[in-house]
Write a protein that binds this ligand. Structure first.
Ligand SMILES: NC(=O)c1ccc[n+]([C@@H]2O[C@H](COP(=O)([O-])OP(=O)(O)OC[C@H]3O[C@@H](n4cnc5c(N)ncnc54)[C@H](OP(=O)(O)O)[C@@H]3O)[C@@H](O)[C@H]2O)c1
Length: 250
C-alpha cells in the first residue's frame, strides 16, 4: 500500500513521529508508515523494543526513548528527534495506559492520569506549537470509545479519554481559527488486540494490522474523528443516546 497523497509540501520523503511505538497500535502504525515512504521517529520507554523494531528496517527508523510523564525533558526529546528527522509532517500519539480499578486505588488512578492527561498534553501542546510555527502538520491521537461515557470499573481511564477527546476538539477548533493547514485526527478504537486490551468480555476485537490500515486510511483522508473498527461508530451512537437512568444500571 503506497501513497503519495499524504504529501503536504513537496514530494520528498515525509517525516513522522510515533509516540508509543514499542507495542500495539503505535508499533503497527510505525511499520505501516515506513511501508509508505515515511521516515519514522519511534519512542517509548522500552528501548530494547525500539531497537528490535528498528532492526526490521534500519534506515527507516530513528529512536528516542523517553517517558512522556517526564515533563521537564519531553520537549527536548521531541526537538532532538525532529531535528534528526529533518522536520516533521505527522505526529501520532499512541502512548497511553488503562486499568480496571474498582477499588479506586489512588496510585493506579494517578498513574493513568499522569500518562493519559499530563503526558498526552505535553506532547499535544509541543507538536501543535511546532505545527503552528511551520503553518502545517497533522496530529493524530489515539483516544478511545471509552471517552464517551463514564465507567464504574475504570473511572480514571474513561475520564482521561474524555479529556483527550475534548482536548483534541479544542486543538482542532484552534487550527481552524488559525487558518493554517494543521489537521487533528481523533482515533477512537473499541477493542484492538494489544497488551492493553485486558477486559474479560471483549467483542468486535480488531487485529493491530486491521486497525492500523483503517487508521492510515483516515489519516490520508484527514478525518476529524474515526472509530476503529468502523462498526464501533454504531456503539458510539448507542452510548450517546442511552439515557442516564439506564446507563447508571449497566
Ligand atoms: N487496545 C485497545 O483495545 C484500545 C482501545 C481503545 C483505545 N486504546 C488506546 O490506544 C493507545 C495505544 O494502546 P495499545 O492498545 O496499543 O496498547 P499497548 O500495546 O500497551 O501500547 C501502549 C504504548 O504506550 C506506551 N507508553 C505507556 N506509558 C508510557 C509512558 N509513561 N511514556 C511513554 N510511553 C508510554 C508504551 O510504551 P512503553 O511501555 O515502552 O513506554 C506502548 O508503546 C492507548 O492510548 C490506548 O488507551 C486501545
Amino acid at each position: 500500500m503506497n501513497d503519495e497523497s499524504l504529501t503536504t509540501k513537496g514530494k520528498e520523503m515525509k517525516r513522522a513521529i510515533v509516540v508509543g511505538a514499542t507495542s500495539g497500535i503505535g508499533k503497527g502504525m510505525a511499520r505501516l508508515l515506513t511501508e509508505n515512504h515515511f521516515k519514522v521517529g519511534i519512542t517509548g520507554r522500552r528501548i530494547e523494543l525500539l531497537n528490535e523494531l528498528k532492526s526490521e528496517k534500519n534506515n527507516s527508523y530513528l529512536i528516542k526513548s523517553f517517558d512522556i510523564t517526564d515533563t521537564l525533558n519531553v520537549a527536548r526529546h521531541l526537538e532532538e528527534l525532529t531535528s534528526e528527522l529533518g522536520g516533521l509532517d505527522l505526529l501520532l500519539l499512541s502512548s497511553g495506559t488503562g486499568d480496571e480499578n474498582e477499588n479506586l486505588d489512588f496510585k493506579t488512578e494517578k498513574r493513568i492520569i499522569d500518562i493519559n492527561v499530563i503526558g498526552f498534553t505535553i506532547i499535544a501542546d509541543w507538536v501543535f506549537n511546532y505545527f503552528q510555527k511551520q503553518k502545517y502538520g497533522h496530529l493524530v491521537a489515539i483516544s478511545s470509545i471509552a471517552g464517551l461515557r463514564g465507567s464504574r470499573q475504570a473511572s480514571a481511564y474513561n475520564a482521561t479519554k474524555a479529556y483527550q477527546i475534548n482536548y483534541l476538539e479544542g486543538l482542532r477548533q484552534k487550527a481552524t481559527k488559525l487558518k493554517t493547514q494543521i489537521y487533528v485526527t481523533d482515533v477512537r478504537p473499541g477493542f484492538v488486540d494489544t497488551e492493553m486490551a485486558k477486559a474479560d468480555k471483549k467483542f468486535w476485537v480488531a487485529t493491530v494490522d486491521k486497525a492500523s490500515l483503517q487508521i492510515y486510511s483516515s489519516i490520508k483522508q484527514k478525518k476529524k474523528i474515526v472509530y476503529i473498527t468502523r462498526r464501533w461508530r454504531l456503539m458510539a451512537i448507542l452510548l450517546k443516546v442511552l439515557p442516564r437512568h439506564v446507563y447508571d444500571r449497566v
